[in-house]
Design a protein around this ligand. Structure first.
Ligand SMILES: Cc1cc2nc3c(=O)[nH]c(=O)nc-3n(C[C@H](O)[C@H](O)[C@H](O)COP(=O)(O)OP(=O)(O)OC[C@H]3O[C@@H](n4cnc5c(N)ncnc54)[C@H](O)[C@@H]3O)c2cc1C
Length: 488
């Protein structure tokens, strides 16, 4: 039975780590609606393998090392103030998630088992085997379900937002029907944009809806062309979603090999396999050009097989399912889209340029990642800045900011069905125009086609369905990426 109310204090769109943690940081007196467009656990958060980076070992690590690693990885294009907040406040949020029930692996000597990943100069990544995200999401969902002030609605698609003087109208699709409600504050926690590419590690929800919604409201969007391509996605799979072979596998000593089964990273970077991911992805593409072959492998067969199975049980099982025993075989890999560093521009409180609109997690641009995210910094960002967003909302409510108070309306809708093939066309364009080594000619041509598709989708003739809304989001995101790329 639909229990949608006319008015909420806060709507949170997204049930990944950032949406859930926002909800958990809002006190009992705040009436919250938490939405997700599919099931609660279908998110990029749930797929995170490697872990969360935080300075927990004060003997061998410190804030300046973590800040420095983050800045180096980000090409010093990071917002240094935001990086400082991330690194210095992050450990307390990680401890809070542990208090809330997340179970991270312990070291035999006591304390948490800290692992190393590409670009980190110290062991500082806490993890739950190789399925850290699933464990965090499990713990956070359990907690959110206990909160009586939070209404959770699964399979509820936020399709449009419009501004009122003291909040927002939100149009939602639930089981093919359009509903409207209102909220004094909206937090977009809608995740990434991976599905704008032909191959991605992202889950099916990653269609950039939040970015489109914010853009339509006039919010500032920043650096959408800052896209991370993960160097080691499993390369012999059918379908769009590629299984990720975590950075931590290289952290634990795996070698990268070319088509001749030779190590090659020394040709491109002195850090070899432990170089940050953008460097490794670039190196693979350069080696591809040099050898003319797209066959690449990750090899961890020299490590003890029991250790590998125990350290990477999920990767081991998943590869075995695909016919590769990682304790004996080389793993076929190739880069694919993985993460968005740009997004809805926000300040240190996760506030966008639109009053009362907040953005957290992967859909936001806090500036912490610069041009390239350091491994395991995104779950940390999702925690730190969603807590800050919640705190800001609470302080505004306490200060007596007026609550939303607008009569509901019947939403307009078109009738035409979404034409077939548009999403495929968008993906083909993006794969050619803005992959690891961007192609300026293809980008310029692609932008013209994308503009035409967007005009069609904007014409209000189509029926609002999740498919239509996602196509519009993908097209808007492709448009913003290519426009930004053309400018640089
Ligand atoms: C394979 C993989 C491995 C990764 N490993 C790591 C790692 O080890 N460490 C790390 O720090 N980061 C990792 N990342 C990145 C990290 O997982 C994500 O950046 C982070 O979890 C994003 O969290 P989020 O809350 O912003 O979004 P998500 O977790 O993606 O959640 C998005 C939510 O928004 C909802 N939503 C979207 N659109 C709508 C809409 N229109 N209406 C209603 N709801 C909507 C979705 O249903 C979903 O609930 C990994 C990512 C992937 C894909």
């Amino acid at each position: 039975m639909l229990i949608l109310e006319d008015r909420y204090d806060v709507i949170i769109a997204g049930s990944g780590v950032s949406g859930l943690y926002t909800a958990l940081n809002l006190p009992a007196g705040v009436n919250v609606l938490l939405l997700c467009k599919k099931e609660l656990t279908l998110s990029n958060s749930n797929l995170a393998q490697g872990g969360v980076a935080a300075v927990l070992d004060r003997e061998n690590d410190n804030f300046s090392y973590h800040i420095n690693d983050t800045m180096i990885s980000g090409g010093h294009k990071n917002n240094e103030e935001a990086v400082k907040v991330l690194v210095e406040e992050g450990p307390a949020d990680v401890m809070r998630v542990i208090e809330l029930g997340a179970d991270f692996d312990k070291a035999e000597t006591g304390g948490y088992q800290l692992t190393l990943e590409g670009g980190h100069s110290r062991r500082r990544i806490v993890h739950h085997k190789d399925s850290t995200g699933e464990e965090m999401v499990r713990a956070l969902i359990e907690e959110v379900k206990k909160r009586r002030n939070v209404t959770i609605m699964e399979k509820t698609f936020l399709t449009e937002l419009s501004k009122t003087a003291s909040g927002f109208f939100a149009e939602l699709i639930v089981e093919d029907t359009l509903f409207v409600t209102t909220a004094s504050y909206v937090v977009l926690a809608t995740g990434g944009i991976g599905r704008v590419y032909k191959y991605t590690t992202n889950s099916a929800i990653a269609t950039g809806d939040g970015i489109r919604l914010a853009y339509e409201l006039g919010a500032k969007i920043a650096h959408l062309d800052y896209i991370q391509f993960h160097p080691t996605a499993f390369a012999s799979m059918e379908g769009r979603e590629r299984f990720l072979i975590s950075e931590a596998v290289r952290g634990e000593g795996a070698y990268l090999l070319n088509c001749y089964k030779e190590r090659f990273m020394h040709r491109y970077d002195e850090r070899k396999e432990l170089a940050p991911r953008d460097v490794v992805s670039h190196s693979i593409m350069m080696e591809y050009r040099r050898t003319g072959s797209d066959k690449f492998y990750l090899d961890i067969t020299h490590r003890d097989s029991d250790y590998v199975k125990n350290r990477f049980p999920m990767i081991y099982k998943r590869c075995l399912y695909e016919g590769v025993d990682i304790t004996k075989d080389k793993i076929p890999i190739f880069p694919c889209q993985h993460y968005l560093m740009g997004g809805i521009d926000v300040d240190l409180q996760a506030k966008t340029s639109v009053d009362r609109l907040y953005a957290v997690g992967e859909c936001s641009h806090t500036g912490v990642h610069g041009i390239n995210r350091l491994a395991s910094n995104s779950l940390l960002e999702a925690l730190v800045f969603s807590r800050r967003a919640a705190a800001d909302i609470v302080s505004r409510m306490v200060a007596g900011e007026p609550k939303v108070n607008s009569p509901l309306y019947t939403p307009a809708n078109g009738t035409a069905p979404l034409p077939d093939g548009l999403r495929t066309q968008i993906r083909e364009i993006m794969q050619k125009a803005h992959f690891v080594l961007p192609d300026a000619g293809a980008a310029e041509k692609g932008l013209r086609t994308i503009e035409q598709i967007l005009q069609r989708l904007d014409s209000r003739m189509y029926r609002k369905t999740p498919d239509y809304c996602e196509a519009k989001s993908l097209c808007t995101v492709a448009y913003l990426i290519l426009k930004e790329a053309a400018r640089t």
